[in-house]
Design a binder for this molecule. Structure first.
Ligand code: ADP
Ligand code: MG
Length: 697
């Protein structure tokens, strides 16, 4: 017998030893990732068939899922013309007879013996007056539990060779064998505080629910458990990060920042001011900062980050400011140099384009601890670059700044303060799920003084008018982006599509007077660089680009953006893209052109962008429409696998689980209490990597 705190089931719980399974079928289960009985119980149904409507055979109506019970009156295998053997059984309940037809299952003759009592669930086919492949169950006793018919019937994911009936039967046996003994990662105190049913009961109800209410309770409890584990990870990491005593108090008195701020051509918005205060107070504290600065495109994150950096520089430290691409790193360098003009700020730029000799000299000075604001790409994190006095690392436009990268930073010196700038207004639930271990500052309001941005969705047939409009804007001295989706990640196809579009536009009669440039992912770094520079300098009027422009180039003179095959982008991505125009004082226009093959629904989705400019609202809509994995246009988001919890719908449950996780970790930061052993075990099984830092040792 397992003891109460045993967190592993005994070997007998291996799936192959389950009644009716054996080595051959065990392999099928293993294809589904099911190795133990607990794995099987965690293989939740993906849907349920409601087969609870019992009717007399005489009252069966075609087309609806209904259940009838009766005796087998007649049963026969039938050979079809194509050589297949089907099976038909006739059932009689006194009110009438019902034919049940099964394709290719002659072996059912052994099950449907004449005189046997049987329950069938299915939809009557009105043309043939029969049920095709109905769910069925032979009932021997009077009060037997039904698994396959006449109930909420679970629908599990299957694999070749494994039938729905086989799966349900295995689940039933597994529930009987171990449901009560599966270790519950949710501590008893949490179950009590949040009025959650015990695990065993929830597992039984999620697979074979008695009714909708109990199914709902089971779903809630198991979803809570998923979110609770995730929030425990976040809390443990937060704790661990805070308790690392190796941070620096790294802010000077602020004179340098004030001097630069006084020279800015604008005043900070209240949001910017607030964020800056939060960041600087973190810099002053001796524990390491891990903060996210969240704000829409153009909300003014760069200035805030720069002013924070100046506090650290003033105290004599090194600051690294990292962008995801060369182009952006260079652009940041230029912007920051401009903002700092007139003040003595030690700036250094270190990118792939930095000449080798210069790079070596600079690296030597940095290695010697020279105070500087170093601008570069994420390559700054490489081992080669030594920053012994690094106090603050600013990471721009990176959605996931992983534990590994933080660890790399930590090796460079003491743990520096980390500020992540994110241009996507992430919905609150996702912030909690992905960044629950970070502090968050938000920039809501956009700085005033921008021109209006109008967004229109229009069909491909209007392309001539779009070009007309473009030509007029260009004639006024303005610039335009034409954006295409990346069709195959980094592939040749992308390059070819972009080149074709570039050719089409460059040879267009209305655009002869203007210069166009092409920018796509397959170009060499210096060619990308050149295209961007020419466009930024106004020597090129139209930039035809794949979504590389997404990440933050600033060309205030650009007033038109045309996005082709627009339905291929997520709403959030499009919102970020259009943020590239409307940066200057003039009115700007964003034209979204869905591809001719796009569905009406896809077009409709795009209209959301015509109606609102609120990035948070758009992100919420995206989350609802496309799910979290799609939100960034990449599935590689490092999102935990949630089977039941839904980040678009379960916000309240997420809040609850967060409070519960906080309470547990507050009391037992290393999960050493006996009562938390199953929790710790479950966390290490599911989240080993993210927890390495938090629970190491
Ligand atoms: P983000 O990085 O958040 O997309 P930026 O920091 O690039 O935004 O700012 C966008 C533009 O707005 C820049 O040209 C910047 O100088 C300007 N800006 C920033 N803050 C303000 C402000 N408070 N008032 C007016 N303009 C601002
Ligand atoms: Mg920016």
């Amino acid at each position: 017998m397992a003891s109460v705190t045993a967190t592993r089931l005994e070997p007998a719980s291996r799936i192959q030893f389950l009644r009716g399974v054996g080595p051959a079928r065990a392999e099928m289960f293993q294809r589904l990732g099911i190795h133990t009985l607990e794995d099987l119980l965690r293989h939740y149904p993906r849907a349920y068939l409601d087969a609870r409507r019992f009717v007399r055979i005489a009252d069966l109506k075609p087309g609806e899922l209904m259940t009838a019970a009766g005796k087998v009156k007649h049963a026969a295998a039938l050979r079809t013309r194509s050589g297949r053997t089907d099976f038909v059984a006739t059932i009689d309940d006194g009110s009438g007879t019902l034919a049940c037809y099964f394709f290719g299952q002659p072996f059912l003759a052994r099950t449907f013996r004449v005189g046997a009592r049987v329950v069938v669930s299915g939809a009557l086919d009105s043309l043939e007056d029969r049920m095709l492949n109905p769910l069925f169950e032979i009932v021997e006793g009077e009060v037997e539990e039904r698994l396959h018919v006449g109930r909420l019937v679970p629908v599990h994911a299957l694999t070749r060779g494994l039938t729905a009936r086989g799966m349900r039967t295995a689940v039933r046996h597994a529930l009987d064998a171990v449901a009560e003994r599966v270790p519950d990662p949710v501590p008893a105190e949490v179950l009590r505080a949040h009025r959650l049913p015990p695990l065993g009961e929830s597992l039984a109800q999620i697979h074979l629910p008695d009714d909708d209410v109990r199914l709902g309770e089971a779903r809630r409890r198991l979803a809570f458990e998923e979110l609770f584990l995730l929030q425990c990870v976040m809390e443990l990491r937060r704790r661990a990060l805070q308790q690392e005593g190796r941070g620096l108090a790294s802010a000077g008195p602020g004179a340098l920042a004030q001097a630069v701020q006084a020279r800015l051509p604008f005043a900070l918005t209240p949001d910017q001011q607030q964020a800056l205060t939060e960041i600087v107070s973190d810099l002053r504290a001796p524990r390491p900062m891990h903060r996210l600065l969240l704000g829409d495109v153009g909300s003014g994150k760069t200035v805030v980050a720069l002013l924070a950096a100046l506090h650290a520089l003033e105290a004599g430290h090194q600051v690294a400011f990292m962008a995801p691409t060369e182009i952006l790193a260079r652009q940041h360098a230029a912007t920051i140099a401009r903002l700092c003009e007139g003040s003595a700020v030690p700036l250094a730029v270190l990118t792939a384009a930095t000449p080798a000799a210069e790079r070596r000299a600079l690296q030597a000075r940095l290695a010697a601890g020279e105070c500087a604001l170093v601008l570069g790409t994420h390559a700054l994190l490489e081992e080669k670059v030594k920053l012994p006095r690094l106090a603050l690392a600013i990471v721009d436009e990176q959605h996931r700044f992983g534990v590994r990268q933080r660890a790399t930073l930590a090796q460079k010196s003491v743990i520096p303060d980390v500020l992540v700038l994110t241009a996507t207004p992430i919905p609150r639930t996702l912030t909690l799920a992905w960044y629950g271990d970070l502090e968050v500052s938000r920039l809501h309001a956009r700085p005033a003084g921008r021109g209006r941005l109008v967004t229109r969705v229009t069909g491909e047939e209007k392309f001539p008018q779009v070009i007309d409009f473009m030509a007029k804007e260009l004639a006024l001295g303005r610039q335009a982006f034409v954006v295409l989706p990346v069709i195959e990640e980094g592939g040749r196809v992308e390059a070819r599509a972009a080149e074709a579009e570039y050719e089409r536009l460059a040879s267009h009669p209305r655009l002869q007077a203007f210069k166009l440039a092409l920018l796509h992912g397959r170009l060499k770094a210096e060619d990308k660089q050149k295209a961007m520079e020419e466009f930024a300098a106004g020597r090129v009027q139209v930039l035809v680009a794949t979504s590389v422009v997404e990440v933050g180039v600033d060309v205030p003179n650009a007033t038109l953006m045309v996005v082709e095959n627009a339905e291929r982008f997520g709403l959030t991505q499009l919102h970020q893209l259009r943020g590239r125009v409307g940066r200057g004082a003039a009115r700007s226009v964003c034209v979204l052109i869905p591809s001719p093959g796009a569905t009406a629904q896809a077009r409709e989705r795009l209209e959301v962008l015509g109606r609102t400019e609120d990035g948070f609202a758009i992100a919420e809509a995206d989350l609802r429409l496309r799910g979290p994995g799609e939100l960034w246009g990449t599935r590689q988001s490092g999102l935990p696998r949630l089977k039941l919890a839904d980040l678009a719908r379960d916000e309240a449950l997420l809040e609850e689980s967060r409070a519960a996780a906080r309470a547990v970790v507050e009391k037992d930061a290393w999960l050493q209490e006996e009562a938390h052993a199953p929790l710790k075990e479950a966390l290490l099984a599911q989240y080993r990597e993210p927890l390495e830092l938090a629970l190491a040792g």
